[in-house]
Design a protein around this ligand. Structure first.
Ligand code: HEM
Length: 552
């Protein structure tokens, strides 16, 4: 950098000298530049002068940011006040949630992340921000232009509320109860048929499986089956087409959000060639699903067959109870695809983290297995209602795992005109607030000994149960909270109840992370994680294996 600056300054000085000399010696009739102006300009463009000016500017910026900027009294690192670059670099190279937890320990529950961005890690503050449409999602959500405005990306409160009214019933308890047979068939029943066959083929009837990749495929299969109205079985057939489309669509969405220049020529063409064709294929697939369904419905109404119970059908039929407005076919496709983007990886990764934590804390796994096996026979299929009624410890382990390893990351919101005061600090309108789900979940003011996986926090018999449920931020809260939270619980409860009932799980002999690997805090070390669609394990092939065998 310094060398480039030096070269640039020399070059500018040289150019000016050449220009002024040619003006002085120029054709007769042209007025010569005054000697004093020439002297002043050459002095100004000397590398040392430019360096001095640049230093003065940097010092002025630092002094201004430290002493006069609106955020000068908010805690935070110096680098964050001066430039957005350090935060961006950290986001690209490190796990965002780890950085947020670390920085909230250093600076407290409100700190500067960038010159105009403040991290919020206090549960009550976050609830205030997320509780109102006045704090809109950040502008970057509005950069995506390859799909229709939808529930997730829209910054328009009216559209968001309408969509939530339209698609909400498909994802509520009654809607999911009707869909549960599909969820079980594409989900844990498929998983068990795969693990059964692995165990039967393995030497000594003990098979090593990778639960991260199995959960990922299983979750895609569940949402693809519900959203596209077809039996989708990538876990057992190995067909990963839809999973690939989801990855590419997500990549294009994030690219457009973060680097809007990719929407303009010539980048648009390059990105289109790499990702666009997959995205187009995905949307075309969604369109075919709707056409197929409409055709099937026409035939079914003739033969009085019952309507299918899935998300596709519920979205086609959905109407806003306030004004009877229905979604167009293209809106149905977009919302179904958004459900896949926001609901598949998040749920499968949360399942993987729960298994990982249960392997790190064998005492909780043992207690849970005993509770499950005391209530159910080995070959019994455990449904959501059965699990909810008989397995309070399972529900507690899931909530605690969502707290300790949240797959969601920072939720960016814009401060409305007029600003907001948080913890005595005024933050001006237009600034960004990064609501950190991870740092909230590790805030010791709300969670004693926050790094410990302690399911008792979420036992319904615990007097703090309601408060703890209320303070859990992983699925967000307020007006834009996760509408898929019931589906998350149905998938996670049925999957974990059935596999822990049917199989004994052990860590492989060479497992890097386990109860034996304790950190400086005396707790088992959690495997490293990294930013992706969700906060995923960094080395899933290495760290997410278990040995499964049939329970006696
Ligand atoms: C463990 C799994 C999941 C986690 C941790 C999770 C977390 C979240 C979070 C934190 C938000 C707020 C995002 C923001 O404000 O920017 C959100 C929104 C959303 N989630 Fe989930 N989610 C999960 C599963 C699901 C599932 C299964 C579905 C669908 C069936 C779903 C659909 C959505 C949608 C549509 C939104 C946008 C809501 C809106 O903006 O009004 N999520 N989720």
């Amino acid at each position: 950098m310094a060398r480039m600056f030096w070269l640039f300054a020399n070059y500018m000085g040289h150019m000016l000298r050449t220009l002024t000399l040619s003006a002085n010696n120029g054709p007769a009739g042209l007025p010569p530049l005054s000697q004093r102006l020439y002297d002043a300009l050459t002095m100004l463009l000397r590398p040392t002068t430019l360096l001095l000016l640049a230093t003065c500017y940097v010092v002025y910026r630092i002094v201004y940011k430290l002493a006069f900027s609106p955020l000068c009294r908010v805690p935070g690192p110096l680098r964050a006040r001066v430039s957005s670059l350090p935060s961006l670099l950290e986001c690209l190279t490190q796990c965002t949630n780890d950085v947020m937890v670390r920085d909230s320990r250093l600076y407290g529950s409100l700190f500067v992340m960038e010159p105009k961005k403040v991290a919020v890690c206090d549960v009550e503050d976050c609830r205030t921000i997320l509780g109102s449409h006045a704090f809109a999602k950040a502008e970057l959500y509005g950069n995506v232009d390859f799909m229709e405005p939808n529930i997730f990306l829209t910054r328009d409160a009216k559209l968001n509320s309408q969509r939530r009214r339209q698609i909400g019933p498909a994802l509520n308890k009654a809607g999911l109860r009707r869909m549960e047979p599909t969820i079980l068939a594409a989900g844990v029943q498929q998983l068990m048929s795969r693990w059964d066959s692995c165990v039967h083929q393995a030497a000594g009837a003990r098979a090593q499986v990778n639960y991260y990749s199995d959960m990922t495929l299983m979750s895609f299969d569940i949402i693809a089956s519900l959203g596209f109205g077809m039996e989708h079985r990538s876990l057992t057939t190995g067909d990963r087409t839809i999973g690939d489309w989801v990855e590419k669509t997500f990549a294009l969405m994030i690219l457009q959000m973060v680097v809007p220049a990719v929407k303009w020529w010539p980048l648009r063409r390059i990105v289109g060639a790499v990702l666009g064709k997959h995205v187009d294929a995905f949307f075309a697939f969604g369109k075919q699903a709707i056409e197929r369904r409409k055709l099937a419905l026409a035939t079914a109404s003739a033969s009085a067959e019952p309507r299918p119970n899935d998300i596709l059908q519920q979205f086609i039929d959905a109407e806003d109870p306030l004004n009877r407005i229905k979604m167009t076919s293209s809106q149905v496709i977009t919302e179904t695809i958004m459900i896949m983007l926001s609901g598949a990886d998040t749920t499968s990764t949360s399942l993987a983290w729960t298994i990982h934590l249960l392997m790190l804390y064998p005492e909780h796994r043992q207690a849970l297995v005993e509770q499950i096996r005391a209530a159910f026979g080995r070959d019994q299929l455990i449904t959501y209602e059965m699990a909810r009624e008989h397995l309070p410890l399972l529900e507690a382990c899931i909530f605690e795992s969502l707290r300790v390893c949240p797959v969601s990351t920072n939720l960016p919101r814009v401060v409305p005109k007029g600003g907001v005061t948080l913890q005595g600090h005024f933050i001006p309108g237009g600034y960004t607030l990064a609501v950190s789900t991870a740092a909230c979940n590790y805030n010791p003011q709300y969670w004693p000994d926050p790094a410990r996986f302690d399911p008792a926090r979420f036992l319904r018999s615990n007097p703090d149960y309601d408060t703890n449920r209320h303070n859990l931020m992983t699925l967000s809260s307020g007006v834009r909270s996760c509408p898929g939270h019931q589906l998350v619980m149905v998938e996670m409860m049925t999957t974990l109840a059935n596999i822990l009932n049917r199989y004994d799980l052990e860590l492989p002999a060479d497992a890097h992370y386990g109860p034996h690997n304790l950190g400086a805090d005396g707790l088992p070390t959690v495997m490293p994680r990294t930013n992706h669609i969700a906060m995923i394990p960094k080395h899933p092939e290495r760290d997410c294996s278990v040995v499964v065998s049939m329970r006696p």
